[in-house]
Design a protein around this ligand. Structure first.
Ligand code: ADP
Ligand code: 5GP
Length: 201
């Protein structure tokens, strides 16, 4: 059986990366899809771990070559999921978790309708601003731009399967883990294995 795709979205500063990190620590057989981006590394980000960092020319050439399952322009930079980043993992039955903007999430759902879309919300606009400022990974101009886009991005939550409010981190991470656990128990994912074990066919 091929792996399940989980897409995480939410405004910048909502806690997507933090929750994904916690999920990967807690959950077996869950692989992070490393996107390509034309933006530069920030803070302690490492090439090939957080993103594949490429220049704009390379990114555009990859679009021309049809290398991306989905791509989008977000905050003035290019971001995309290359087929090569996820295909082997899905084919080997591993579940893949992606951090995508809402356009990317829609495109993934179109290409893989069984994908599960999870939206992470901050507890308030004030908390979002505080987190972005305390993270201190962007300059003031970029923080302002991300805050201005937060309202429109939050409106996208209606298109998602699960909504998680990241107030207390442990609670939000557990809720995200529960979505994955419940999905792994779903009949659609479990039945063929059970039929084999108990010779039900
Ligand atoms: P995103 O990936 O959505 O942009 P991050 O995971 O980088 O957001 O989180 C933004 C900042 O908020 C980080 O400094 C992170 O440590 C902090 N943070 C995340 N979740 C919480 C939480 N529940 N309470 C307080 N701070 C949080
Ligand atoms: P950041 O610069 O904060 O790492 O990411 C900015 C935005 O780009 C986030 O909303 C994140 O979800 C989105 N993003 C990251 N990788 C991809 C990708 O491969 N495709 C799409 N569509 N969005 C992405």
């Amino acid at each position: 059986m091929t792996g399940q795709i989980y897409v995480i979205s939410g405004p910048s500063g909502a806690g997507k990366s933090t929750i994904i990190r916690s999920l990967r620590d807690k959950t077996s057989d869950l692989v992070y899809s490393i996107s390509h981006t034309s933006r530069g590394p920030r803070g302690k980000e490492e090439a090939g771990v957080h993103y594949h960092f490429v220049d704009r020319t390379t990114f555009r050439a990859m679009i021309e070559d049809g290398a991306f399952l989905e791509w989008a322009r977000v905050y003035d930079d290019y971001y995309g999921t290359a087929y090569s980043s996820i295909e082997d993992q899905l084919d080997s039955g591993n579940d893949v978790i992606m951090d995508l903007d809402p356009q990317g999430a829609k495109n993934i759902k179109k290409a893989h309708p069984a994908s599960i879309l999870i939206f992470i919300l901050p507890p308030s606009y004030e908390a979002l601003e505080k987190r972005l400022r305390e993270r201190a990974t962007e300059e003031e101009r970029a923080i302002q731009s991300r805050l201005r886009k937060a309202h429109r991005q939050l409106m996208e939550c209606v298109h998602y399967d699960y909504l998680i409010v990241n107030d207390i981190l442990d609670k939000a991470s557990s809720e995200a883990a529960a979505v994955i656990t419940a999905n792994r128990c779903a009949k659609a994912r479990r039945l063929s294995e059970i039929e084999k074990i108990f010779k039900l066919q």
